[in-house]
Write a protein that binds this ligand. Sequence first.
Ligand SMILES: [Zn+2]
Length: 462
Amino acid sequence: MRKLILFFLIISIFNFPGSVHAQNEQPAGPIYIVQNGDNLTSIAAQFGITTDELIAVNGIIDPNLLAVGDELIIPGLEGITGYLITRNVAFGSTLTSLAVQNLVDQDLLVKLNHITSPTELYTGISLIIPEDDQKQPLQQKYLLGEGQSLLEFSILSGQNPWQVSSLNQLGSPTRAPAGTIVYLNTDSDLSGRRLQVLPLGDITISPLPMVQGKTIIFKITAAAEVQLGGNLTGHPLHFFPDGNGNFISLQGIHAMQEPGIYPLQISMTMPNGTVYTQEQMVVIESGNYGQDPVLLVKDEFIDPATTQKENDWLTSMTAPATSEKYWDGLWSSPAYYTDCFTSRYGNRRSYNGGPFDFFHTGVDICGGDGTKIYAPAGGKVAFSGPLTVRGNATIIDHGWGVYTGYWHQSASLVNAGDTVVGGQVIGLVGGTGRVTGAHLHWEVWAGGVQVSPLDWLEKTYP
Ligand SMILES: [Zn+2]
């Protein structure tokens, strides 16, 4: 029946194009720009319409000719104009804040994105948001202070309280408890009006989605006198000022962390002791790591009585986050052979035919007995000495909770407490400890977790 009506509608449009044009200059709905991987079926499903409706309203003759960048009118969204843009949800955003900020109705966001519960709003997921070129997204946001009513806030900001509550989709000015984030639709200078700004400034997290083995960079803009903290998968986040008004935390995602959805908390303690905490779910995806061939080693090297003690010691060695940062810029390879690897980070491992429930904690780099090992960046030697499983080992503290480890050396050329610079020779490759042959095992720790070391040679970490 609906199709039939549509059919007659189309016929009438084609018969009297002039009259339609005269009635309304606007297209019959907002515009969606075709993205890579889209087809008519997927676009129709995304907006809860049929392909026939999509074809009809856009006058598509050959659906196979759909190209990336084509503009399609989406029917069934009366009153919406402009473009439907795909955006990533920033940490701390709620359905309400996204709706208010983009001057759209919450219900519309729910409808456009098939959201069944606000808890589906994970950090980093993409949402379709209508963007009207006539309206700029709201930038100015404030916090209702302790004991401050929206009425008082409105007077201070020189706004009508009903307009403020309407703009913020609150229903009524009375529905705004302390701590409510309020957006204002004004370009005038509101400084000096005792409006409390949000203590947590811009929060950027990269990369998103989070992936097993990656080093995640948390960057938060905040005043110097505040203290930042946080937690992800049981690891405390250590934040340090970068000298440019930002706080940085570098946190690794464990290579064996079960893919799924985890809470991320970020908190800020103000000088007066007030603590603001934001929590949102984040997605952790698989790193799709491979498997190494079964490794054959002496039984003593896989006896938990030996391995557990050494693992625990290593965990405690790499847990503290030194506030001084010793590196600057991109790291250089610690090995003579920079593009030859015998085993990659993250590979699942089995010892002597047991289950594949171990993983390779670093990267094995080619180079036989006596080949030089270089410090990849500045740091302070935290340990240098013999270990049962790891052989002659050196651990360098690079600051901010970042450590590197060099195992199985034939000789170490540095001592605990030494300061090293990038490119300095720190030891020689060997075959000491649990090995099947001489090689350099190199690993990188961030926030108490071993991460993919080669990332640190390809990307500059702040
Ligand atoms: Zn290794």
